[in-house]
Structures are given as structure tokens and as C-alpha cells.
Design a protein around this ligand. Sequence first.
Ligand code: ATP
Length: 492
Amino acid sequence: MPRSSSALNNLPVKKFPITTPQWLRACASLFAALMLIRSMTHECLDLVPQHIQRFVLSILLGFFKRSFPNSIQRFILSFFHRVIKRLLYDQFMTLQIEEYNGMFRNEIYKACELYLQNKTSPNTRVLRVAQSRRDITSFYHFVDKQEFEDMYEGIELRWKFKIEIVFQKYTKRSFELIFDVRHREKVKESYLPYVLERFEAIKNETKFVKLHTLKEDKYQIGWDAINFEHYATFDTLAMEPEMKKMILEDLDRFVEGKEFFQRVGRAWKRGYLLYGPPGTGKSSLIAAMANYLKFDVYDLQLSHLKSDMQLRQVLVATNNKSILVVEDIDCSSELKDRNYQPSKAKKKSEKQDSDDDQAPVLSLSGLLNFVDGLWSSCGEERIFVFTTNHKSKLDHALLRPGRMDMHIHMSYCTYEGFKTLARNYLEIHEDHPAAFGEIESLLQNAEVAPAEVAEELRRSKDAGVALQGLITMLKQKQKELNEEKKDEDKDK
Ligand SMILES: Nc1ncnc2c1ncn2[C@@H]1O[C@H](COP(=O)(O)OP(=O)(O)OP(=O)(O)O)[C@@H](O)[C@H]1O
């Protein structure tokens, strides 16, 4: 039987102070109010620089600590401290930028290094400064925990440089970028690309060619860089004009050849072999190439390396747009013969042989692999230059195209070469016709390196005296040569 409506009305009803939807609404309003207060606090705090906020907070905390000596009050204070800290600082995000990304140097790290050169913070107390003769800008070396401040479109950014020792062996360098987490996207999409852009611009504005040499500390082997202060250019180089033109055109084709190398599926690199007697300008030509292309020079002294692994380690640490030089490659006894067979060496002594088998080896194939093998694809716009006084002593594997693409013979001084040197050292242009004529005919038979001619021309500022000195020296050389020939004929 259905209950009557009056019966229903008489049932006991439990009354709540507020209904469930009302309670939810109240919570939502409270939450919204809190969010509003939080964002208003942040908006207001945005107007106050962070270091001032931190300073004010530390003063307030000090004041409250002194005012509340009792332990319960201190507990409440530390609770509030944590809440305020959370409100103020836990909104920060930290980006870590380490120097190495696996085996390779991190491009963003390099960009930060240069970008932050001119940015210091008011609390910077130590700066290591260096300046080179040719360089008008000073270089700052960062010290551990050094801080930098930056401002980008109203966003405050704090940088910190860190040096850590890992595994008690290696030094690990990194930058930390600390910023308000709300600007995460802007920092990623806009600020970091801006840093990279500035890096490229600063690099081009202040590009000084660097000379990198190997340095080894207790644990690691790496590169040390100084400004390259070799003033040789193609203008000052004593060389046949056609040869100069050919090299310059080859270099131009190389640097403009990115698409070509991609199209033909080859690594963007080029190898030059410079060969000729001592003092004919091999090092000067390398300097002229570096100054012309504004490429850094890496002087790879093989005697500093013990194994292929070390070789790989230093080679992957080189930058793009660089010239890797191995001087006097024929003298590199460090390079084990490609056909090196431990069995042959057994004849020597058992003990030494077993040591050899286990010792890490620096091999020619290790080097070739980098010039032409799989490792050659690491990096781009690389030039390899090997020099030798004795081309005939070199392994044929090294000489083939693809490894050494261009063989450049650095010859004894020619008349054209002499004219360049006379212009360099005495600032004269064939206004001593008599002396020039005599020197031209003497040079045809003399085997004299440009270094020797240059040395003679340096002896006096008076062009006439210097040229006469050169003529005497050339005559003396010719005399010696004739006597040698006579002796040879006698022996025959
Ligand atoms: N072709 C050249 N043009 C201009 N200067 C030269 C030339 N060759 C030599 N010189 C002068 O002689 C010096 C020594 O030359 P450089 O070191 O370039 O010769 P090198 O062929 O590399 O010698 P080595 O084989 O002994 O290393 C240079 O500093 C330069 O002043």
C-alpha cells in the first residue's frame, strides 16, 4: 500500500549544515581565491628583482628568529619559512648544460662560454683575465661557482658555472641556467636560440684564429688553445704565382662545396700533403691557409699520443672549420707500421715482445681511419695537412687521393719567390734592376731555401747592402755546389 504524503512528511529528516554541492562550491571559491592571491603575489614579486626578494626574506627571518626564542615558536617559524620558500623559489627551474655530450663537445656549452664572457654578476669577486697582443678584447676564464645574471625580454636569468671532479679523475664542467618555471617555453624556444645566435655573431666579430696544442695532465689528454700569431698570408708567401692561384682556388672550392660533398656522399674534408726541403715554407703555407680561411689550427704532435684510443679522443675534440696538422709525418716513429706483426718482432726478445702485444698502439691505420674512414664523417669543413721533407719515405696508403687530395711541392727559392721576399723585407719592387738580374741568373742554378734568402734580406735595412749580401751568399753556394760536383765526378 502506498504511503500517504503526510506519512512521508512525518519521517525524521537528518539536516546537514550545508548541502554537498554548496560545500563543493565553497571549496572551489576558496581555491580560486588562493590561486588569485598566489598569482597576484607572483605578479607583484615579478616587479621586485629576485636578489632583493631574497635579501628582504633573509632580514625578516633573522628578525623573527631573534624575536621567537621558544622552540615551538621556532618550529612554527620554520614551517612558515618553508611555505614562503616554496612560494618564492620552488617556482624555479634549472637547466644543466654540460661540456660534453657523449664524446663530443656540446655546442650549447661552447655558445654559453662565449656568450657569458661579458656577463658578470654583482657578486662576482674573482675573474681570471687574459689578453693577447693581437686581441683587443680580454678573455675571461671562469672559476668554479661563478655566477652571471642576464635579462631577456623581462625574464630574469641566473647562470652558474660549475667544475666537478668525477671518479677522482676527470673534471666535468657545466653551466646551470636558473629561471622561473613559468618561462620554460620562452627560454627553450626563444632565449637559448638567441644565445646561439649571439655566439655565432660574437665569434664572427672577434674571430681570432687559434692554435691548439696537445696538453696532458695527470689523467687526461686534450687541447690547449692560444691565439695564432703567425702573420703569413698568401701575399707574403714566396711561391710561384700559378701555384698560389691553384691552392687558393682549391680552398675556395672546398669551403663553398658543402652541397657538392653532400651530393657525392663524401665527408666534407680535404687533405693536403706539403713536401719539400727544410725552410721552403711548409709551415708558412699552413699559416697562410689558416689566416685566409680563418680556420683554427690543431697541431697534432703524435709523439704525445700512446694509442689509437687517445688519438680518437683528441680528434673528436677538435672543432669544425679547422686545419689539423701533422708535421714531419715521415719522422713519426710513434706510428706503428700498418703491416706491423708482433711475430716478426719476436726475434728481438721474448719479454719486450709480450709487453708490445699488450701495450696500446698508435697505428697509421688509426690515423687513416680518421682522415678517410668512418671517423672522417665526424665534423665537417675539416682540412688535414701533413708535411714531410721526404715524400718517398711515406706509406703509399697515406698518399692516395681521398686521403691526401693535393700534393704541394714546396720548392727551393725561385726568382718569383725572391721578388715576393724582397717586397716583404725591403719594400722594393724591382728598382735595383742590376742586382735583380744577377740574382735571377744565380737562382737558376742554386739550391737555396726561401728561409735562407729571407735571412739574408733581413741583415740590413739598406736594400743595396742586403741585396749584395744575398748575391755573395748565392755565389758562395754555387761555388760549393760546383766543388761537390767535381768531387762526385772524381769519385766516379
Ligand atoms: N715560401 C716562403 N715564403 C715566405 N717565407 C718563407 C718561405 N719559406 C720560408 N720562409 C721563411 O723561413 C722561415 C721558415 O720557414 P717554414 O718554417 O715555413 O719552413 P718549413 O718548410 O716549414 O721548414 P721545416 O721543414 O724545417 O719545418 C719562415 O718563418 C719564413 O720567414
